[in-house]
Design a protein around this ligand. Structure first.
Ligand code: APR
Length: 242
């Protein structure tokens, strides 16, 4: 299977990755709904911690939760899958992950569909936005521009995706020859719809996941295994592996 997938990638010019929480799981960042690893949303209520209503009801709780997640991400390191993706030049990465591990691995072109935890933005509509120190995250604070509250620049349940990121993702997924789908349950829309979009535009779909997912039926090749092992085996030139 891996040889078949390697051949498909070798013959393709435009390869795009589409990732989810499974890409960062081996860096120690929990997935959201992975039964095998006790997903984050099994232990915590997403409507309290990751929704506009939850933030309105208890901004302090949400702020503390994101400070905790930011510190955990700051302590995490990119794993073998992030690094293998970064070694392949000219590849575009569409991700649902809000962490910064693809950037820290050295990838250049990352489209973050669900925003980034590395920035805060104004909860109102003044447009203020700034990077935060992930190792020493700020407490709940006011927007210096308009006085509303600042919040993490991530997409919460019930919110629209950033339109620029979504439009770019739709374009690159409909133009790619191979979509490499890594570590996503493909259960959350509209993001998961990008796999069907790529497929119907003629792309080959290669899936890397520890188990079957909602996207399995779309796969040309499904590789069951850990991202940190399968992605380097798929992308690295065997002659360069020491
Ligand atoms: N290697 C490969 N795949 C893995 C690994 C691993 N080491 N560990 C877990 N997985 C797979 C799981 O089998 C599962 O299919 O990663 C997937 C994780 O799925 P989810 O937890 O649903 O994460 P994701 O698909 O990214 O969720 C999408 O939902 O809660 C929201 O906004 C959040 O961006 C997130 C979105």
């Amino acid at each position: 299977m891996i040889e078949q997938a390697r051949r498909i990638i070798a013959q393709a010019g435009r390869v795009v990755s589409f990732s989810g929480a499974g890409l960062s799981a081996e860096s120690g960042i929990p997935t959201f709904r992975d039964a095998q690893t006790g997903g984050l949303w099994e232990k915590h209520d997403p409507m309290r911690l990751a929704s506009p209503q939850g933030f309105a009801a208890d901004p302090q709780l949400v702020s503390e939760w994101y400070a905790h997640r930011r510190r955990a991400i700051a302590e995490a390191q990119p794993n073998g899958a992030h690094l293998a993706l970064s070694r392949r030049s000219n590849m575009i990465h569409v991700t649902q992950n809000v962490d910064d591990l693809l950037h820290r691995a050295g990838t250049e072109h990352v489209i973050q569909l669900h925003g980034t935890i590395a920035h805060d933005r104004c909860n109102g509509d003044c447009g203020f936005r700034e990077a935060v120190d992930m190792t020493d995250p700020p407490a709940l604070r006011s927007c210096p521009q308009c006085g509303d509250q600042l919040r993490p620049a991530v997409v919460w349940f019930g919110e629209a995706l950033p339109s620029d990121a979504w439009e770019e993702a739709e374009r690159v997924c409909s133009e790619c020859e191979v979509l490499l789908v890594i570590g996503t349950s493909a259960a959350v829309y509209p993001a998961a719809g990008l796999i069907g979009l790529a497929k119907s535009a003629g792309a080959k779909i290669i899936i890397v996941n520890t188990q079957s997912s909602d996207a399995s039926s779309l796969a040309d090749v499904e590789l069951l295994g850990k991202a940190s092992e399968v992605v380097p085996a798929l992308l690295d030139d065997p002659s360069t592996i020491s």
